[in-house]
Structure formats: structure tokens, C-alpha cells
Design a protein around this ligand. Sequence first.
Ligand SMILES: [Zn+2]
Length: 222
Amino acid sequence: MIIRLPERFIYSNKGHEDGAYVENGILYMSKYTNFEDLMYTITYVLKGYDRCCYCGEKLSMKNRTLDHMYPRRWGGVSIPENLLPSCKKCNQDKKDMTYRQFQEWRKLATQSEKEKYYQQTLVRNLGVARRGRFVIKRRWLSSYEFENVAKYISFNRLSDRKSKLVSSYYRNWGQYPHPVIVSSNGWVIKGLHVLHHARKAKKKYVMAIVLENVVVYDKDTS
Ligand SMILES: [Zn+2]
């Protein structure tokens, strides 16, 4: 997928002279860049940070958050298409409802109606997860054959805790907790633990979001 990018943008990387920048519609990011922080910054540049996108409340440093329109719990990832400046209260109220579901929830008058509606969304979203799918836009996803990339990856230093989380998620849902995120030049931005598991489970493909206008560069080798 092509993510939205500002026309001109420079992101400096703490502790490294190389960072990220946009040129001719392509985002170049060094391999040291913290992807989530970068996406948060880009989202604020694109969408502003003055008002909560749900209730219109003025945002300050204290109550400013970025909401995942498709929640992390259902595979929602941190890309500008999935992030919205929101106040803390709305973000908390939203829990793990999607953007649309939360809009409906907000229209309800009483607390008991809201609670009932929330439970319904939970059942629905769990149903999707149980069928081994993510509650995100299908057109963001592609099936990714990872073996060509995986052979260049060293899996030795992965954290055991995250590996266990991925395994237990897979056992319960027959799916991974989130899609893998890959740059256009095949750099795995997010999802090493997922790939590691998929490889052990002898799967050839994983569901991925391939960022076609993002390039990860490695200054050390170029
Ligand atoms: Zn709000």
C-alpha cells in the first residue's frame, strides 16, 4: 500500500546523524529509526494536533494521544491511515472498538445502551479474529512470501517473551497478532517474531502490509 506522506519532511534521529526524509513521494528511513515514533510524527504533520477528531476538544500536551482507528488488538498498525489525533478521554472510551463502531457508540444516549453495544462489537470483532483474520481494511494487506527476506535475518536475538506471545496467539487464533510490515525494498519493519514463528511452523506466506513508498536504508553498508 501507499501511505500518506507530507510533501516535505525531515525527521532527525536521536543519537544517529541519519534519520528519515521524504523525497519525490518516497519516505527514506534509516534502519535505526523508531518506526512508530516516525509514523506518529508524520500523522501530526498531516492531521494537525489542535482538536480531538472525535469530540472536538482542544488538545494540549497533557491530553493529546493518537488513536488507532483499527485497534491494535485486532491487528491495527501504526500508519497515518490508521491514526487519529484524539483526546485521552475519547481514546479510553473507544477501547478496542473500530472508528466506525465508536462513532455509533457515541450516538447512544445511556450508559447501558453503550455497554450493550460495546459487548456486541466485541463479539463481532472476536468472530473475525477467530476466523483467522484481522479487523482492518483488506486492501492494505497482501500475502507475503518471506523466505527471500528471512534468510538475511538473524533471529537469534529475539526476545523470548515476545516469541511466546506470538506462539500463544497463534495457538489460540490460528493467526498472528498483527500483520508484518515490510518496506518496498524488503526490510522487515515490524514482525520479526511473527516471521520467526511462521518459519518454524513451515509457513511460506504471512499476511503483510507492504509499504510501497517507504525505503529503509542502511548507512553502514551503503
Ligand atoms: Zn475527544
